[in-house]
Design a protein around this ligand. Sequence first.
Ligand SMILES: [Zn+2]
Length: 248
Amino acid sequence: MKIAPRLTIFMALLSAALSGCFSYTKVETTTTNISRPPIRVLIVGGGTSHDFNRWYQQADAATLSREGLCKVMYTDNTDSIANYLATTDVIYLATNQPINTVGRKAIFEFAAAGRGIILGHPALWYNYKDWPEYNLQLVSGGASSHDRYGSFDEEIINTNHPITAGVEQKFKLKDERYHFVIDAAGPGVIILLNNHLDGSDKVYPSIFVVKNPKARIVGFALGHDAASHNIVAYQSLLRNAVRWVAHR
Ligand SMILES: [Zn+2]
């Protein structure tokens, strides 16, 4: 009579131990499936009119780090850009701060070496009167005005590109609608997403590939605040874009 309860406890302990072993094996299998090292991304933030720490240092860094896709470094010291680029696969410029001549040269050399570049919302503005090469060659245009912050429609117009794969074709967004104008003197762009605003006949690009002869460059005109950084479509597009510019 006294043995039976002890046997039951023993069986329960054995069962718990075995299930522990099996779940451990499962974790090991998942871990060994990650075969490629993370993409090393340098996000450069800082400047005016935006919460760079919240939406770039925190939100986008978390989006890119998920499932080990990227190892993200962040700086808002643009004087330090050149120091990072030797160990960076993708530079994600999301700043409207001045960039010194050393940093400018390093960014252009990075592009000439065929590395990956993401240009975030603040970096698509005409920020640099004394550096026209930036907007001309890296952005192939820019914005110098936007609609008042509000709701508008986003639509993927290039569904065959790896960056738009698996993303819902139409979604609503609250953002600053940048009046992005393509500079015909630059290398040109391939538009992936357009935006439309009720009551306006103007259509502007939201996400596009810049046809730089060497580097893979993707511009994100959307991204003023939470309304874009926190939605699944934006996060998928950003992860896909970083993968694509890094040739993954
Ligand atoms: Zn903005």
